[in-house]
Structure formats: C-alpha cells, structure tokens
Design a protein around this ligand. Structure first.
Ligand code: ZN
Ligand code: ZN
Length: 120
C-alpha cells in the first residue's frame, strides 16, 4: 500500500471496485496536497479513480474526470463533508487551484483539476 503523497495512500485513491486502477494526474494530486495543507485536518476521499466499468456502474458521465485508464489519469476527488462545512471546503478547494466544483451533493463536494471554471 504505497503512499502516493505525504497524506494520501494508494488505497484511498484507487478505484472502489477492487480492480486496482489508480492513475491520478500528478498536478491534481499536488492540488489535493495543497488543499490538505490549507485545511490542516484529515481529508476523507469518497471516490477518486474509477475504471471505465465502475464509472459506468455508478452513473458517472462517460468522460467523467474520475475516469482513469492507462492513458488518461483521473483528476477528480469526491471529498467527504464529515470534516468540513460545505462552504469552507469549497473556498479552500478554489484556493488550492481546483476549477471544477460540484456542490449539489449531500455528503461530499466534488473537486477536479479541469482547465476551465465549472460549478454545479
Ligand atoms: Zn475498477
Ligand atoms: Zn466527483
């Protein structure tokens, strides 16, 4: 169980179906570490990488930023709200450089490292 960054292990970021897929964009990982540093508390990831089959099963968009293949890394993290108020987490995520923010979920906020601002 390798540590991918100072605060996150492979186990936390790999596909939840058990397939072992775990290709995350290095730039997205570095922003996740920045977010962790700004937050100064543990960050729980509900979902990061998804293999194409699992992405389809959970109803992810076909070109979801969570989708991870050998040629295309995931750039998205669904961050649990168990340690954050939603507004605070969104503010910190933007500060960390994430441009894609999905806020209409009960238990998590989706953040991703797309190249244009998008909020839903
Ligand atoms: Zn999988
Ligand atoms: Zn998401």
């Amino acid at each position: 169980m390798g540590r991918l960054t100072e605060h996150f292990t492979r186990k936390e970021l790999e596909c939840r179906c058990g397939c072992g897929t775990c290709y995350v964009s290095p730039q997205a990982l570095s922003k996740l570490e920045t977010l962790r540093r700004l937050a100064r508390r543990p960050i729980f990831i509900n979902s990061a990488c998804r293999c194409p089959a699992h992405n389809a099963r959970v109803g992810g968009a076909p070109l979801s930023q969570h989708r991870s293949t050998t040629t295309r890394p995931a750039t998205a993290f669904d961050i649990s709200l168990r340690n954050f108020h939603k507004g605070e987490l969104i503010r910190l995520a933007i500060q960390a450089g994430f441009k894609g923010i999905g806020q209409n979920y009960k238990t998590f906020v989706h953040v991703d490292d797309r190249h244009y601002y998008a909020r839903w």
